[in-house]
Design a protein around this ligand. Structure first.
Ligand code: AMP
Ligand code: GLY
Length: 424
């Protein structure tokens, strides 16, 4: 079959890599793609935010299956348009994608379905939002209601910063802000495939590293690295999350007449009072899926369709994101990347591209904040981590930075790494 992958990041390169190993996949298109996907899949120009353009391309290339990587086309209705035209696709409708597109909607749905999450309230005016800041108390959690590319959340103990965040979220007449209770404990990303018939298939739990610097310092980013599985996670975590989070959500969405199918991403905090949902996303997490797919032994299209349960290779996988100088505030673009072949030659290593393109001279240069997702698998976490960092050391990109503590065993206590502080 011919598969169209929509998107241009490390997640889409990982999807293309898994699809290129799938015997059922004869041809691949990745639009718009990057310099890495172009080595596996035909690139095509595409405005991913335009549902008609996505469906036109799927028709033009005669795709048997379209997999939509990012949230923007899903929230805009690309999956609806594909289905209206009778085209097969992996991804939820716009109505179901509101689970990611509106935090207020997601909260309302979770409260209705009895899904454990932080207490919260949403507001369209500043004063009542400020009253809630004081009611919930520090650390303050302030969230912009709509899509914000991972930059819509402020977690701070400083009331002035929290007030500024509330005002920034309510700049325009239609804006809405969510104020919520702070959740302590380590964070876990659990992805579940939800088939068109409503079957729920959890993937391996993974952990992202959202802050830019070692030890979870500095500003939030799209994600600086990930590893899977989680040796410290409580036994039965996936089954518990399916039972208490994923299935009730799928049932509630169906009850409302907007059934969810595609990938449901539960961002979780393992708090001192139990598992709580931090957020839902409606697509694979990036960079978590790069590590997860590195361990998938089953053909990806069989897993996405629910035809086969995923079988995982033993061992562990680690993804280290190499980011451009200035990321996340003001990434510098256009720098040449050297050493990709030497890095990719290491056993168990896959150099997945995120923000890369070929320049007029055919050189691979940086074109985004997160440039590469260096992914390695190995018999255990330390081996995978060692290979990933060995590969990173072979790559040179002027001004690049990366975290040195992705999957660091010294940070893995019995209750997991101290990703967020205890509430004072
Ligand atoms: P989100 O975009 O909702 O995933 O939020 C981004 C990050 O902010 C999360 O990964 C957490 O690290 C942090 N965060 C969000 N909500 C909370 C909360 N209620 N308590 C503590 N940290 C949070
Ligand atoms: N890694 C976080 C996300 O994909 O939203």
């Amino acid at each position: 079959m011919k598969v169209l992958v929509v998107g241009s990041g490390g997640r889409e390169h990982a999807l293309c890599r898994a699809l290129s190993r799938d015997p059922a996949v004869g041809a691949l298109v990745c639009a718009p793609g990057n310099a890495g996907t172009a080595q596996l899949a035909q690139p095509r120009p595409l405005d991913v935010a335009d549902p008609d353009a996505v469906a036109d391309l799927a028709e033009a290339v005669q795709a048997d299956l379209t997999i939509i990587g990012p949230e923007v086309p899903l929230v805009a209705g690309a999956a609806d348009e594909l289905r209206v035209r009778g085209l097969r696709c992996f991804g939820p409708t716009a109505a179901a994608a509101r689970l990611e597109g509106s935090k207020a909607f997601a909260k309302n749905m979770m409260h209705a379905a009895g899904v454990p999450t932080a207490a919260s309230r949403d507001h369209i005016e500043v004063e009542p939002a400020l009253a809630d800041l004081d009611e919930f108390g520090p650390p303050y959690v302030v969230k912009y209601d709509g899509l914000a590319g991972g930059k819509g959340v402020t977690v701070t103990t400083d009331r002035r910063s929290a007030v500024a965040a509330v005002r920034a979220c309510l700049r325009n007449p239609d804006d809405r802000v969510v104020i919520e209770e702070y959740l302590d404990g380590p964070e876990v990303s659990l992805f579940a495939i939800v088939t068109e018939t409503g079957a729920v298939i959890p993937l391996l739990p993974a952990q992202d590293h959202k802050r830019v610097g070692d030890g979870d310092s500095g500003p939030n980013t799209g994600g600086m690295g990930a590893y899977t599985p989680l040796p410290w996670a409580p036994r039965g975590l996936s089954a518990q999350v399916v039972r208490t989070v994923i299935q009730p959500t799928v049932d509630e969405m169906a009850r409302r007449g907007t059934p969810f199918c595609g990938l449901l991403y539960a961002g979780l905090a393992l708090t001192s009072r139990g598992v709580r949902v931090v957020e839902f996303n409606v697509r694979f997490g990036d960079p978590e899926v790069q590590a997860i797919l590195a361990l998938l032994a089953t053909p990806l299209t069989d897993v996405l369709s629910g035809y086969r349960a995923p079988v995982w290779r033993s061992g562990a996988a680690v993804t280290v994101v190499v980011a451009a100088a200035g990321y996340p505030q003001a990434p510098r673009l256009g720098d040449p990347i050297i050493g990709l072949d030497a890095a990719g030659a290491l056993t168990g290593v896959d150099i997945l591209h995120a923000g890369t393109r070929r320049d007029a001279d055919g050189r691979i240069v940086s074109s985004g904040g997160r440039v590469l997702c260096v992914t390695a698998s190995g018999p255990h976490l330390e081996a995978a981590r060692g290979s990933a960092y060995e590969a990173v050391s072979r790559i040179s990109l002027a001004g690049a930075h990366y975290r040195t503590d992705i999957g660091d065993p010294s940070r893995l206590g019995p209750y997991g790494p101290p990703v967020v502080r205890q509430k004072p």
